[in-house]
Structure formats: C-alpha cells, structure tokens
Design a protein around this ligand. Structure first.
Ligand code: COA
Ligand code: MG
Length: 291
C-alpha cells in the first residue's frame, strides 16, 4: 500500500494549484470535483483534471480525484471523464451504505475490462462523513477489495449531526476514533480530518500529533504550507526509529534464549511493545526513510 501521510486537495477547476501541487513532494494529490468546485464549474473542472492526468508529471505522488457523491448524477459524468485518463485512486465522499461503494466499483470494473486494464488497479479511498457511514462502518470497511483507506470528514459529519466544531475536537472524538478502529480491523489506512485554519501552523501541529496518537496514518490537507508539518508528523522520527530497532534487536536475542518479556531502560518489553516497534519500522519504510 502506498504511503498517504498527506492528501492534498485542490479545486479541480484550478489548474494553477494542480501544477503547484506537483512541486510539493506531497504523497497524494487529490483533485476535487465535489464541494471545492461550484456547480456551474463542474464540467470545466472535469476537463482541467483530465488534461492534468493525461499530461502532467506527478512524479511519485498519488493521482487521486474526489468525485461527487454516487447518488448525484454528476458522479457518473465525473467517472466517464476521469477513468480514461488513469487516476490511481478515486475518493468517494458522503458514502452512506456499502452499496454506494459497490456501485462505483462496478463502474470502474466495467471500465477496466473495456480498456484491458488490470481489474482492481484503481483504488478507492472512502470518506466517512455522514452519520449513516458511521453506523454502517463495519460493512463499509469490507464493501469492496478496492478500498485502501477510510478518510474521516469532521465538518460534514458535525453539520449533519447538528453539533458545533471546536478547536479541541471533542465533539468528533468518538467518530474519529471509530474510523481508526474499523480501518485497523480491516487492514485499511486511516486518514485524519482537515485542519481548516491553514495559517495556524502551531494548531495544525497539535492536531497532527493527536491524530498520530489515535493511530491515523495520514491527514487531509488544503494548503501547501501544511505539507511538511503533516508529512513530518506522520513519519517516525530518527529517535523513534532507533528505539524501535533497539527493542526489536533485544527482543530477538531474548526470544532465542526462550524469554518473552524483559526489561529495557527500566520499562517492560513484551508482545504489544514489539508490535508497536514494528509499526514504527513499517511506517518509516513506507515513508522511504529506511529501506
Ligand atoms: N493546492 C495547491 N496549491 C495551493 C493550494 C492547494 N490546496 N492552496 C493554495 N495554493 C497555492 C496558491 O495558488 C498560491 O500560489 P501562488 O503563490 O503561485 O500564487 C500559494 O499556494 C499560496 O496560497 P495562498 O495565497 O496562501 O492561498 P489562497 O488564498 O490562494 O487559497 C484556499 C486559499 C483555502 C482557497 C486554498 O488553499 C484552497 O483552494 N484550498 C483547497 C480547497 C479545497 O480543495 N477544498 C475541498 C476539500 S476540503
Ligand atoms: Mg466533505
């Protein structure tokens, strides 16, 4: 699975921002056709995105497109225009039921067959941002083998619930951690909510750290200034990697002599700690920090 420490949105109608994104070294570039694009600009945005996918060099970045919700007729037009120019991933907003995902997947399969592409090559990243998606999370997470990540959408969710978004995000904690939990249960990535105040980089860093602690593997972003802070937050530090390597090294020595739990620097090391150490190593590897 590719690394998606940061997934950067830009309106699909804005060619300048798409070009700018190519130079940022961001893991995933998500050209938007949904809420970032005015209704009377959807057609134009489809053309701009199709041109970018066909002609621009995205380097190592993921080429993702957020389409309109599947129950909206715009979505079919989005897929018709975008699939022929080979995106890596389709981002699905406002999902409510597993059938929403399967409908999109079936359209993609038809397209892949027609084009002679590998079936399943195009991945799905599913945004969990409706109350229905939350109560159907178990089925949604298993709805289709194309799904690679669950993305948490805090603003839409709280809008539908009728709550109020706050800086400490307590109002979305249950939903936010549910997304991580179900993603982990079904071996999917979990991508955290957007920090909308893009000038407040200290606030962003705090929210990133909370996302890391909850278990997210990345975060959605909306501005170039957010790329480095977010990608660094979701990459293990040199100290964390060194510590993880030390734990695994010691563990291997102890297990060879038949010991499963031992003390290292005054702390107990046993199976869950080893698992956490491997998580760090895997994340560092996915981010290209170690081989
Ligand atoms: N992706 C790529 N480039 C972006 C960008 C983005 N999301 N947001 C801003 N930029 C570019 C600007 O075009 C500008 O480029 P320039 O210096 O070459 O002119 C530069 O970064 C600095 O931008 P800035 O002036 O600080 O912001 P702005 O006023 O142009 O834009 C927003 C502010 C919020 C409108 C813009 O960041 C944006 O469109 N974000 C994404 C919104 C979106 O996609 N929403 C849907 C998903 S939630
Ligand atoms: Mg949304």
């Amino acid at each position: 699975m590719r690394s998606r420490r940061a997934l950067l949105y830009m309106p699909g109608s804005d060619d300048h921002k798409i070009k700018k994104a190519l130079e940022l070294g961001v893991d995933s570039i998500c050209m938007d056709l949904e809420d970032g694009v005015a209704i009377n600009r959807k057609d134009h945005a489809r053309q701009v995105i199709a041109h970018a996918l066909a002609n621009y060099d995205f380097k190592n970045a993921e080429k993702a497109v957020r389409i309109n919700p599947i129950n909206n007729p715009f979505a079919l037009r989005d897929l018709e225009t975008i699939l022929p120019v080979r995106p890596h991933a389709i981002v699905l907003p406002k999902v409510r039921f597993p059938t929403d995902i399967r409908k999109v997947s079936a359209i993609i399969t038809e397209h892949e067959k027609k084009q002679g592409l590998l079936i399943g090559e195009i991945r799905l990243l599913v945004i969990i941002e409706t109350p229905q998606a939350l109560v159907n999370l178990r089925e949604i997470a298993q709805a289709d083998s194309r799904i690679e990540a669950l993305i948490f959408g805090a603003e839409d969710l709280i809008g539908e619930i009728g709550g109020i978004r706050t800086q400490n995000a307590n109002e979305v904690l249950f939903a936010r951690s549910s997304v991580v939990l179900y993603a982990a249960a079904f071996q999917l990535q979990a991508i955290d909510m957007v920090y909308f105040n893009f000038k407040d980089l200290d606030g962003l860093a705090v929210e990133c750290q909370r996302g890391v602690e909850l278990g997210f593997s990345g975060k959605q972003i909306i501005h170039p200034n957010q790329v480095d802070i977010v990608q660094n937050a979701f990459t293990p530090s040199d100290d964390q990697i060194a510590q993880a390597e030390k734990i695994i090294h010691e563990y291997n020595i102890y297990t060879e002599s038949g010991v499963g739990a031992f003390a290292l620097d005054g702390k107990l090391i046993d199976a869950p700690i080893i698992k956490a150490a491997y998580n760090i190593i895997n994340k560092a590897r996915a981010a290209g920090k170690i081989i």
